[in-house]
Write a protein that binds this ligand. Structure first.
Ligand SMILES: [Zn+2]
Length: 388
């Protein structure tokens, strides 16, 4: 028996190095140490935990080294493996579905795994309610002024590309949002709720955030996917020559970075104030509170060539605070300070990466929208006509 056990451990180790098996079947993280021996896939620790949560009637989980394996179980792992299992369980993943990676929120990863093996969504497309182009139901929406959550009926329609929500039945919608302009992101840490989403869009020239949650994680991922799906179809109509993969990349953006920073006002005598910063693509927003419906200010980040730069410390004579750095824009310099050295490095690196990228026509649209707003706090001196 010990000989067979040794042999099985070695066989499993060899199988786990094969192409396809050397990455977790669900999230792609390297060197999986677990497996589902009835499904026949290799898994990372986190995904193995989710598999275990499905129940042994769906997935039976073992550690590759620490558990004892029957010869037949090892044989099954050899017969199936990640490549063959993907062909089976991911046959019909719709293009708008966000396939999770290891750094993604738990709700997305967990629902991906449940969709695959519990609901068999990708083998039975009729189970994909989010691709129908219409969805309606209640979400708990955070009140703009009272900070409480209220049930609101949301209706998503592909035919006119809108998401609307109603405060009262049989009344006009409270808001009609254009899905094309809507960004949707998971916001688990900020809302202190795994099943939550942040919807952001530009209204009257400024960004508006809406926070929603649902007690059922499946529902929140359904809404997330349905919005992406409607967006994809509207994009396909608007940009018929673009490839599907290009469009899929534009369906939703995660925020590049969020957190507290201190910032001074425009006058040299102004003191530092704590603000919640959100770096969303080329827009750096700051808020009094992470859950504010509107940012206090929005800074468009152009290119290094157009006079945008980020520097350690503050200009000579300016007030310095703990972990200071300065964002120079053609219109104004922003004195900022992080809470730790490490945070400062991360913020500087994130902003630098954005500034180093060249502008796309889409970026210029964002700039124009922000410039149209009265609360615009920074503008490019040079015209953008060269790019249009
Ligand atoms: Zn994984």
């Amino acid at each position: 028996m010990p000989m067979s056990a040794d042999r099985n451990v070695n066989l499993l180790a060899e199988l786990a190095r094969r192409p396809g098996n050397s990455e977790c079947n669900e999230c792609g993280s390297k060197k999986p140490e677990w497996a589902s021996y009835n499904i026949g896939v290799f898994l990372c620790t986190r995904c193995a935990g989710i598999h275990r949560g499905l129940g042994a009637h769906i997935s039976k989980v073992k550690h590759l080294k620490l558990d004892r394996w029957e010869d037949s179980q090892v044989e099954h792992m050899k017969e199936v493996g990640n490549v063959a299992a993907k062909l089976k369980y991911e046959q019909r993943v719709p293009p708008c579905y966000r396939r999770p990676t290891e750094s993604d929120p738990q709700v997305l990863l967990e629902q991906w795994i449940r969709a695959k093996y519990e609901r068999l969504e990708f083998t039975n497309p009729e189970n994909q309610v989010y691709t129908s182009g219409y969805m309606q139901g209640f979400l708990m929406k955070r009140g703009k002024d009272d900070n409480k959550y209220h049930p609101r009926r949301f209706v998503l329609q592909e035919k006119d590309g809108t998401l609307r929500y109603f405060v009262k039945e049989k009344k006009e919608p409270k808001a009609i949002l254009n899905v094309i302009d809507l960004n949707v992101a998971f916001a688990p840490a900020k809302l202190d709720c795994a099943n939550s989403m942040q919807l952001s869009f530009v209204k009257d020239g400024g960004t508006r955030h809406i926070f929603v949650l649902h007690n059922d994680p499946e529902e929140i991922v359904k809404w997330y996917t349905a919005i992406r799906c409607v967006k994809l179809h509207r994009y396909q109509v608007a940009y018929p020559s673009a490839s599907e993969s290009e469009l899929v990349n534009c369906l939703s953006r995660d925020f590049i970075r969020e957190g507290w920073l201190s910032k001074t006002g425009p006058r040299p005598t102004d003191s530092y104030k704590k603000r919640w910063f959100t770096l969303d693509d080329r827009t750096l927003m700051y808020h009094d509170d992470p859950m504010d419906a509107h940012p206090k200010g929005e800074i468009f980040l152009g290119c290094a060539n157009d006079g945008y730069s980020i520097r350690l410390g503050v200009p000579p004579g300016a007030k310095e605070l703990d972990f200071s750095f300065t964002l120079h824009t053609p219109g104004r310099s922003y004195l900022l300070s992080a809470t730790t050295d490490d945070e400062r490095d991360k913020w500087m690196l994130a902003i630098e990466k954005v500034i180093e990228k060249s502008l796309t026509p889409q970026d210029n649209l964002v700039l124009l929208k922000l410039q149209a707003a009265s609360r615009i706090v920074s503008s490019k001196k040079k015209g953008t006509s060269g790019i249009f």
